[in-house]
Design a protein around this ligand. Structure first.
Ligand code: ADP
Ligand code: MG
Ligand code: ZN
Length: 534
């Protein structure tokens, strides 16, 4: 999306303080820990690094300075899909924002570059791959105010997600005449953080290290083997949580498709997601985010940049490759602060599988390091004692035993007291494919709703639950009209608050978290009408 012109994107108020932007543009009242420190550093022209867990609110730390500073903030972000969602979300809030990527037609690209040169954008998103020599030189004449590097651990070979293209960011600071660099990451050990600062050429950066302890995540571990029926356990677990959103992570695409199919045959509203499902995966993601299906069975390709606060459980059907990955994946649950279960299945066989994935062409020292960290993950999974303490300890943080938020501290088994597995129909329904091969999207997406069963039952009572469903319908319609993901309109937490508090006018609507003036202007009328009717 490109939000340059048009009445759809009202010009928002200029200037002001970070707090005013937080309130007027986002509809939030308080900064979260670390946000203001980083924002003020950038506003003061300093480099800054934020190491904060997923969901901590890192995006605001560059979006707000982008609004307050003159010129254009350059945002480097690794994934196209991630950029698209953020850019759509920002445009809906009234930001002047664009993205430069390889999928643009020549004419559109030229138009955006020209607008960039005229200083029409507050933010410009690029992928590191897109930042070639030509574009870097062009951007030099565009009044770049600062550079935000999202997922900055990708620059380090010692991180778990090294991307060679991030090397192109090395001389950016000098290239743009010493503008501030804001590096953000959810996962950085001390070594990786040092590497980020060094490679980006940051000068005495301000820093904020968030706490990685998430007590609302209830951690459980299960060693595979010994006749454990992992699939049945997951089916029973998911079936008992109908209407709750959950993710099951599997190591392979085949594993994803087989398990998604198995769960569906057991009556669970589940869909598969992996990079190979090129056509269906966006629809599957939408169905999950909007609550049309309960369960996403996925490879680790799923989840980055997903803004869904009410994910109630995450199961790792296979062990994650390393602790960073584990932390990131479970961190997608419980972002609304309510409890969420995290079930980890692991085995030494998983370690061996990952070893087979190593590319012999890669530098031996790096492969050894990757392998070492997989073994570390296994050790952590298999250790006794508090899982939270071990997990945050890996990132250099010291805490006491959690006391009750993990099985190591005596929390009861999350799999106990479940009903026996529902009978899995072996018969194939029309249009539903078999377990192996291309089973993937069968019956999925928007067309296959009949196969997905009844709508979810949210944890709201009576009339509020009904209103919530109608608000969701409205959101779906509006989102479809604008061609954006549903949560760009409002997320579930916001709709839930509307259903409970029933605002009657614009003032009351504005008091709800997630409603700012831009969204009020754009969607407020439609939602208020619905709320007044019911
Ligand atoms: P991160 O990039 O650190 O994973 P995001 O920037 O995507 O996190 O933000 C996660 C969620 O938290 C988003 O839904 C965002 O709107 C919300 N959020 C961010 N800052 C605040 C705040 N100060 N108050 C309330 N919600 C916030
Ligand atoms: Mg982020
Ligand atoms: Zn514990």
């Amino acid at each position: 999306m490109d939000a340059r012109v048009g009445p759809l994107f009202p010009d928002p108020p200029r200037g002001g303080t970070p707090h005013e932007v937080l309130r007027d543009v986002y509809g939030f009242r308080e900064f979260r820990p670390g946000q203001l420190v980083l924002i003020e550093a950038v506003l003061a022209g300093r480099d800054a690094i934020g190491v904060m867990p997923t969901g901590a609110g890192k995006s605001l730390t560059f979006q707000i300075p982008a609004r307050l500073l003159g010129g254009t903030a350059l945002v480097v972000s690794p994934l196209l899909s991630l950029m698209k969602d953020q850019v759509d979300g920002l445009a809906a809030k009234g930001f002047r924002v664009t993205v430069l990527n390889s999928t643009l037609g020549q004419e559109e690209r030229r138009a955006r570059l020209a607008a960039l040169r005229r200083g029409e954008y507050e933010l410009c998103y690029v992928s590191p791959e897109g930042l070639d020599g030509w574009l870097r030189d062009f951007l030099r004449g565009c009044g770049i105010s600062f550079v935000a590097v999202d997922e900055a651990h990708c620059i380090s070979q010692w991180g778990h997600d090294f991307r060679p293209a991030y090397r192109r960011l090395r001389e950016l600071k000098q290239h743009f005449g010493g503008v501030p660099i804001l590096a953000l990451t959810a996962t950085a050990t001390r070594r990786v953080a040092g590497d980020i600062i060094g490679q980006l050429g940051m000068h005495k950066p301000a820093g904020f290290m968030g706490s990685f302890f998430r007590p609302n995540l209830k951690l459980h571990g299960y060693r595979k083997g010994d006749g454990r029926e992992v699939r049945d356990e997951i089916l029973r677990y998911a079936a008992a949580r109908r209407g709750q959103s959950g993710i099951v992570y599997c190591l392979s695409r085949r594993g994803v498709e087989g398990l998604a199919d198995f769960l569906r045959r057991g009556g669970v509203r589940a869909l598969p997601y992996h990079a190979g499902l090129e056509r269906e995966r966006a629809a599957h993601q939408d169905a999950f985010v909007s609550g049309e299906v309960d369960v996403m069975v996925a490879t680790i390709a799923f989840g980055m940049g997903i803004d869904k606060p009410d994910i109630r459980w995450v199961v790792h059907r296979d062990m994650p490759r390393n602790v960073e990955g584990w932390y990131q994946e479970i961190g997608r649950a419980g972002r609304d602060g309510a409890d969420a279960d995290c079930l980890l299945y692991y085995s030494w066989a998983d370690v061996i599988t990952y070893e087979r994935f190593l590319d012999p062409e890669t530098d031996a020292a790096i492969n050894a390091d990757v392998q070492r960290r997989t073994v570390e993950m296994f050790r952590l999974a298999d250790a006794r004692g508090c899982r939270h303490r071990a997990l945050v300890g890996y990132f250099g943080e010291k805490i006491d035993d959690c006391g009750s938020a993990c099985d190591g501290c005596g929390r009861p088994d999350a799999l106990a007291d479940l009903a026996p597995a529902p009978a899995v129909t072996r018969r194939r329904r029309r249009g539903e494919a078999s377990g192996g091969g291309a089973a993937g999207g069968a019956g999925g997406g928007r067309g296959g709703r009949s196969a997905l069963g009844a709508p979810p039952v949210p944890a709201l009572a009576g009339a509020a639950a009904e209103t919530f469903q109608r608000l969701r319908e409205l959101r779906r319609t509006l989102a479809a009209e604008e061609g954006v993901p549903a949560y760009v309109v409002f997320n579930d937490a916001t709709l839930r608050a509307m259903a409970e508090l029933r605002p009657r006018n614009e003032q009351e609507l504005l008091r709800i978290g997630g409603v700012g003036p831009a969204k009020l202007q754009r969607y407020g009328g439609a939602f208020l009408r619905l709320l007044r009717e019911g």
